[in-house]
Write a new protein. Structure first.
Length: 201
């Protein structure tokens, strides 16, 4: 799923190589792993008010600082860990987002134990990526009715920094919706697939 040229990509991708690689190999690829889904949701929350490339460039630092985004570890953290992270120049030092990550880890644990976080999310789209077939960047919404509903349900479950716009960006990134433009080579590669391999009816 590698685009041959910039003309084969969605308009937002580039020119930085890290952005191009992310577009070509990761963005929009269906993610079914519960922990990886949680990591992506957390990073989308940290992006709020910033550009995504800022997060991409710091992603390895985030993974180091947040114990590989292991929610079972992060759920045990408290104020000393918040202070440690606030002193870490390699990440986004925002107290609210850091504290939300800890509480979100506990919310993830509850959903994971009850249902599976992957199951919880992918049921919203019946286990298969939505295929809206966007023609231009102007056709891509910032949020949808579904992202509003998922945001509402996540907040009810105890999540923070998961508004409808953040949730829609998360849905795009994790392949819940295939928002590669129809002119993008990646679109066709992601237009069909087996769907979630373990989704229970």
């Amino acid at each position: 799923m590698i685009a041959d040229s910039e003309n084969d990509r969605c308009g937002w991708a580039g020119p930085d190589k890290i952005y191009l690689d992310y577009h070509d190999t990761e963005w929009g690829v269906p993610e079914y792993d519960s922990r990886a889904l949680w990591e992506k949701l957390i990073l989308d929350g940290f992006q709020a008010g910033l550009s995504w490339i800022t997060i991409l460039k710091k992603r390895d630092n985030f993974r180091d600082a947040f114990a590989g985004f292991d929610p079972h570890v992060i759920a045990t953290w408290g104020e000393p860990d918040v202070q440690r992270l606030l002193a870490d120049a390699g990440i986004i030092r925002h107290r609210g987002k850091i504290e939300a990550t800890i509480s979100n880890a506990r919310a993830w644990q509850a959903i994971e134990a009850r249902d599976g976080f992957d199951q919880f999310l992918w049921r919203y789209v019946d286990g298969r990526p939505l295929q809206p077939h966007r023609a231009t960047n102007a056709d891509v919404p910032a949020e949808t009715d579904l992202s509003k509903q998922i945001s509402k349900d996540l907040k009810k479950a105890g999540f923070k920094f998961c508004g409808p716009t953040i949730v829609y960006a998360f849905m795009q990134a994790t392949g819940m919706v295939n928002d590669h433009l129809v002119t993008c080579r990646c679109h066709a590669a992601l237009s069909s697939g087996p769907g979630h391999p373990r989704l229970r009816p």
